[in-house]
Ligand binder design. Structure first.
Ligand code: SAM
Length: 295
C-alpha cells in the first residue's frame, strides 16, 4: 500500500514541492489525520460497487482513502492549482477522476449517469469548503440525485442546525429542508487540530441518508418551504404573527390563516420552533387550500 497523503509531514512536503499556498477564500483546510479519514469513510459504508462523489479533493487526502474502498471516485475541484498536484499524489489510483469545476455549477445528475451506470449505489463523501456548505448540501438534495446518502465534514454549528430536533434552539428552516429529504445525524465531532491550516470553528461530520420518499406529503414543495421559512422569520414571534407578516398578503388573510391553523389542529400561539415536520406538512397543506386553491 502507498504511504498516506494525510500526515502532517507528507502534506507539508507536497505543498513545498509545488509551492502551494492555501486560499482561505476557497475554504482550504486540509485533513492531516488518517484515523479521522478512515472513520469518515466507514460512516459512508462504501461497498465495492459504490460510486463515490467527492467535493473538493484538495491534495487528495480523503480521495485516496475513498479510492482504496470504492470502485470509482469522481471528485470536483474548483482550484486549478491543485490539478497537477492531484495528478501526482493520486497517480497510484486509476479509479479516480478529477473534474475541474465549481460543484455548484456542475450537472451532477448527468455525471452520475455517465460515470456510475455500472454501480450499485452512489455516495457523496467530502470535507466541504466551509464558505459554501449549505448551498452545496441543498443543491445535492434539491436536485433529487439518485444517491444513497451524503457523509460530510462541515462547521459544527451548521451540523447542529441540520440535525436539530423540534423544540431546540438550533431547529429551524434548514433542519426542516434537510430532514424533509433525508434522515440526518451528527456522527462525529472533530477537533481543529486535525487540519492545516486550523479552521476558526469546530467541525463535525454528518450523515444524511436519503429517504425513499420525502418525510411528509405536501401539495406543493415550494409553498411548504415558504411556510416553514415564514414561521421562523422572527423566532420570538408566535406562529400566527410570523405567518401573517411572512406569507403573501398575510395581513389581509389573517382569518384564513387562523382557520388553516384550526383545521390542522395547531395552536396559533405556538412558536415555529415547536412544530414537527409532520405538523408543518399538515399546516402547509391547509394553508395551500386558502392561498392557492379556489374554494
Ligand atoms: N478534501 C481535502 C481534505 O480533506 O484535505 C480538502 C478539503 S478543503 C476543506 C475544501 C476543498 O474544496 C478545497 O480543495 C477547495 O479548493 C475546494 N473547493 C472550494 N470551493 C469549491 C467549489 N465550489 N467546488 C468544488 N471544489 C471547491
Amino acid at each position: 500500500m502507498h504511504k498516506d497523503i494525510a500526515t502532517p509531514v507528507r502534506t507539508r512536503a507536497i505543498m513545498e514541492k509545488y509551492g502551494f499556498s492555501f486560499k482561505k477564500s476557497l475554504g482550504q483546510n486540509f485533513l492531516i489525520d488518517t484515523n479521522i479519514l478512515n472513520k469518515i469513510v466507514d460512516f459512508a459504508e462504501i461497498k465495492e460497487l459504490t460510486g463515490t462523489i467527492e467535493i473538493g479533493p484538495g491534495i487528495g487526502a480523503l480521495t485516496e482513502q475513498l479510492a482504496r474502498k470504492s470502485e470509482k471516485v469522481v471528485a470536483f475541484e474548483i482550484d486549478q492549482r491543485l490539478l497537477p498536484i492531484l495528478e501526482d499524489t493520486l497517480s497510484p489510483y486509476p479509479n479516480v477522476k478529477i473534474i475541474h469545476q465549481d460543484v455548484l455549477k456542475a450537472d451532477v445528475g448527468k455525471m452520475i449517469e455517465q460515470e456510475f451506470s455500472e454501480m450499485e449505489d452512489v455516495m457523496v463523501v467530502a470535507n466541504l469548503p466551509y464558505y459554501v456548505t449549505t448551498p452545496i448540501v441543498m443543491k445535492l438534495l434539491e436536485e433529487r440525485l439518485p444517491i444513497r446518502g451524503i457523509v460530510v465534514m462541515l462547521q459544527k454549528e451548521v451540523a447542529d442546525r441540520i440535525a436539530a430536533k423540534p423544540g431546540t434552539k438550533d431547529y429551524g428552516s434548514l433542519s426542516i429542508a434537510v430532514q424533509y429529504y433525508t434522515e440526518a445525524e451528527t456522527v462525529m465531532i472533530v477537533p481543529k487540530t486535525v487540519f492545516i491550516p486550523q479552521p476558526n470553528v469546530d467541525s463535525a461530520v454528518i450523515r444524511l441518508t436519503r429517504r425513499q420518499k420525502p418525510a411528509v406529503e405536501v401539495k406543493d414543495e415550494n409553498f411548504f418551504f415558504q411556510v416553514t421559512r415564514a414561521s421562523f422569520a422572527q423566532r420570538r414571534k408566535t406562529l400566527l404573527n410570523n405567518l401573517t407578516s411572512g406569507l403573501p398578503e398575510g395581513k389581509q388573510r389573517k382569518e384564513d390563516i387562523l382557520e388553516a391553523l384550526r383545521l390542522s389542529e395547531i395552536d396559533p400561539g405556538r412558536r415555529g420552533e415547536t412544530l414537527s415536520l409532520e405538523e408543518f406538512g399538515r399546516l402547509s397543506n391547509e394553508l395551500y387550500r386558502f392561498f392557492h386553491e379556489t374554494r
